[in-house]
Design a protein around this ligand. Sequence first.
Ligand SMILES: *Cc1c(COP(=O)(O)O)cnc(C)c1O
Length: 572
Amino acid sequence: MTPAPKDLIAYFSMEIALASEIPTYSGGLGVLAGDTLRSAADMGLPMVAVTLLYRKGYFLQHIDAHGHQTETDVLWAPELYLERLPNEVQIHIQGRDLRVGLWRYRIIGFDGHQVPVYLLDTDLEGNHADDRRITDHLYAGEERYRLTQEAVLGIAGRQMLETLGLQPTRYHMNEGHSSLLAIDLLKKFWESTPDPSLEACMAAVRKLCVFTTHTPIPAGHDRFPRALTEEVFGVKPVEMVATIPRLLNTELNMSVLGLELSGFVNGVAVRHAEVSRGMFPGHEIHAVTNGVHSATWTSPAMQAVFDRHLPGWRRHGHTLRSAQRIPTAEIVAAHRGAKQILIDTINAQGPHGFEVDRFTIGFARRVTSYKRLTLLLRDVGRLHEIASRWGSLQIVFSGKAHPKDLEGKRLIEAVFRQQEALRPYVRMVFLPGYNMNSAARIVAGVDLWLNTPTAPLEASGTSGMKAAHNGVPNFSVRDGWWCEGYIAGHTGWVIDATHTGDTPADDQDAQRLYRTLDEEILSLYFGNQPRWAEMMRDSIALAASYFNTHRMLEEYATRAYGLSLPMHPTHR
Ligand SMILES: *Cc1c(COP(=O)(O)O)cnc(C)c1O
């Protein structure tokens, strides 16, 4: 990567997964942000990132013997992980001044290149007591709390970069939470241009802004009633914004802001971009399919295999395309090592009786209705019968439900309720406290990675890409990244889900899942181990080699950031 010295990409995200124990993330969006920055550091990309500090984190998940989830604040000491900086900015919201302070985390790449991450903090003396809590919790509180957080992220965040002497040549808004930065930029151009025209100022903003949408659910886009925006920003500024066509009517829609004020807009998979074009007609929406940071999500044992056979894989994800040269026995052995670690972790948490020789299915992600945590358990009789014929099955579940998502919490309880009904042939465990560390263990240690979203609601999904890096085939509904990643007979299997009107046909989908699991997956696993091992290797060669953030960031760099990349050295 040889960027012009002036190039600087500023990446804004409401959540960023910096490290497992830094509680500034809730799920896929934050992990994607972290993986993007880890790849930027490896690739030497000139990038900085902005997010909020979250002194109380997302939440700690507690699950009782009945599967009932409760939450407590995360207690963590930012000073153990971050560096406090003296910089400060002041913005004016809710009719008063708000001081915003700054912390820094450094992501250090493979060659020592650094990507600084700036975390904004409102817990400063002199701030109103309510305001000191703005940067306490990720995704908690009411609408007003969220809007003030987004003001801090977008407006104070942009201005903070200025006080640091940075002049980004692109602002990448990872989801609509930071879209207010585009309004703030517009205001800056308006105020600093003699005799400004709205068209010229908007064109200047669009040149600088890149917007990635992540949500195929209309209700998933942040929207704020106009009256609330007036309370937070004042009547006059809101009136000014409302004179701009399409930006603000009865409500402020953060995705519309991102779309209207960005020169490059994308969805996070080919399918998701299609769905987004339907949601926002009249906008050009590109597809840049997500990836994961290969070195972060490959188990240490499998990393050693890659290092032996595919040197260069840490620098160029596509090197994994040559995985065919790895003897399958080495992949199987590395996977078995990772599986043993997972099994030991599970058994250390209770008398679960998991064994390394049993076929193990994994399902771990945010618990929210559309992901259908319990689809696999829809017909426990059928599942038990299948398991009894093949010997036995083990299932590992994990994931957090948002504190206010009562339906999600009920799904976790449903998993616990079925535990006894499935004995003795199916052993099932729900691991509490899903985070980056446990995610890495689970994706690497199971035999099959299951994903059952109601299509087309999974924008991309990334946990399956992590599984692929560890030689774990996927079994998924045709949605998100899997529309691109599924190669029949090589990377895994599909659950051909159906829809009757607007309601997902859960019963039918479950029956198809069982049939494929029984007749294709288990019969291959138990009947043809060499073919299974080839599918493990093909998952690396055909899925991991493409679905990584190095490839993804190259696409952003050349298509959205205006950077040029040198040609890659050829595979070794
Ligand atoms: C990868 C990851 C996710 C995303 O999982 P999906 O299956 O893509 O929803 C969520 N949470 C954590 C902790 C992860 O590591």
